[in-house]
Design a protein around this ligand. Structure first.
Ligand code: HEC
Ligand code: HEC
Length: 342
């Protein structure tokens, strides 16, 4: 079972990197056309009229570039932290995730929330926390929620390396681009009229459990994450973007099963997202001590898209009604704070 899963995973991982490997620092028309062809063959839509296509550079491009050797070292460190974030386990990360567990292709893959758009659209206003965020605060957000952790200090060596990697991937893109960015985020198919827990459960068992395990715990071997945990204590917490049903459905449709993007129907992707979101995970760091109150406070900007605070269809359990923070020995990191310029 594990061997089969590993074999599929390896071919999947190869596929995930194959596209970005076409990258070249010259984003010329022929390169871009090749890039789009590869993506449309994988079932992704071609760019809409007026959308911007950017092929982020690879580590091979970095080696070949004439950037200062010290800068190359910092960008490489950022890459290393992004793809092996478990090295920050117990300090800033308290689950089994790497940043690249969700941002496939080392953060370069279109339709898998490529990370470089943040470098050219921030500082910007984020509805999630109601103030203007810079790139560091955006990265801090994924540490806080997706990694069930806390952010390295703003301006620290770790934060500098990570933001350098994001910014370098955006090489050549103008700041605050006017055009819409092709393949940004985890675009979701339209929500079907009805979602089914029972269908989602069966689909998960048939298509996902081989790698992520029936109980959603994934697979760790010798302290390394082979398959991350889609729910449970070792997963992202309730405040993470992927718990929004449409983001979950978009992630699944575009990326899973690994190596087979766009193989599930829209209904299937949504049913699985609904099933996954009906399982428990560590508490939202914005928790006030009461799930109904937390839902009321953060429903409008966030949880109206998740199942947090709602009764689970299968047994009526109120989701998120607990004080469990997983392996993390605290609830609220200090980066979850208001900011005003009045
Ligand atoms: C559990 C899944 C998950 C993990 C792990 C994760 N992220 Fe994210 N990330 C998301 C989601 C979901 C979004 C929002 C995408 C959207 O808006 O549709 C996002 C968005 C981002 C963005 C903004 C992209 C944009 O288009 O502006 C950046 C930057 C980012 N993440 C960096 C990181 C970093 C750095 C880490 C590791 C410390 C990380 N992420 C770990 C799920 C994850
Ligand atoms: C062949 C093994 C494999 C299969 C099958 C598979 N996944 Fe994954 N999945 C992975 C790997 C590996 C990652 C992390 C990506 C990376 O590290 O490159 C991942 C990441 C994820 C994530 C984001 C991280 C997390 O754990 O929350 C979710 C959600 C997810 N998969 C859901 C699914 C669903 C739903 C299915 C079934 C439709 C599925 N996967 C099928 C291997 C697999």
């Amino acid at each position: 079972m594990i061997q089969k899963a590993l074999r599929i995973a390896v071919s999947g991982a190869l596929l995930a990197v194959a596209t970005p490997l076409l990258a070249n620092d010259a984003n010329n028309d022929a390169k871009i056309q090749d890039y789009i062809n590869t993506l449309t063959e994988l079932g992704f839509p071609a760019p809409a009229e007026g959308e911007m296509v950017h092929i982020p550079p690879t580590m091979a491009d970095l080696d070949a570039s004439d950037l200062h050797p010290e800068l190359k070292k910092v960008i490489r460190k950022g890459y290393d932290l992004f793809t092996n974030t478990q090295q920050l386990r117990g300090e800033y990360v308290f689950n089994n995730m790497n940043c690249s567990s969700c941002h496939l292709g080392e953060g370069r893959m279109p339709f898998s929330a490529p990370i470089w758009p943040a470098a050219v659209t921030l500082p910007g206003f984020r509805g999630k926390n109601g103030h203007v965020n810079n790139l560091e605060e955006r990265i801090a957000g994924c540490f806080t929620y997706s990694m069930n952790g806390k952010s390295p200090a703003y301006g620290s060596d770790t934060m500098l390396a990570m933001s350098a990697y994001h910014q370098w991937l955006a090489s050549g893109v103008e700041m605050y681009p006017k055009k819409k960015i092709y393949g940004r985020g985890f675009p979701a198919p339209a929500r079907p009229a009805e979602l089914s827990y029972a269908r989602g459960e069966q689909l998960y068992k048939d298509n996902c459990a081989v790698c992520h395990a029936e109980d959603g715990s994934g697979l760790r071997v010798n302290g390394e994450t082979v398959f991350p945990a889609p729910w449970g204590d070792m997963s992202n917490n309730w405040g993470a973007g992927i718990v929004r049903l449409k983001t979950g459905a978009g992630f699944i449709k575009n990326n899973m099963p690994l190596g087979q993007p766009n193989s599930l129907t829209d209904q299937e992707a949504w049913d699985i997202a609904y099933y996954m979101d009906s399982q428990e995970r560590p508490q939202d760091p914005r928790y006030t001590g009461n799930v109904a109150e937390t839902l009321e406070k953060f429903g409008p900007t966030f949880h109206k898209h998740s199942l947090y605070g709602q009764a689970r269809e299968s047994d009526g359990k109120i989701l998120g009604d607990h004080a469990n923070t997983g392996e993390k020995p605290f609830l609220k990191p200090d980066t979850v704070r208001p900011r005003t310029f009045d």
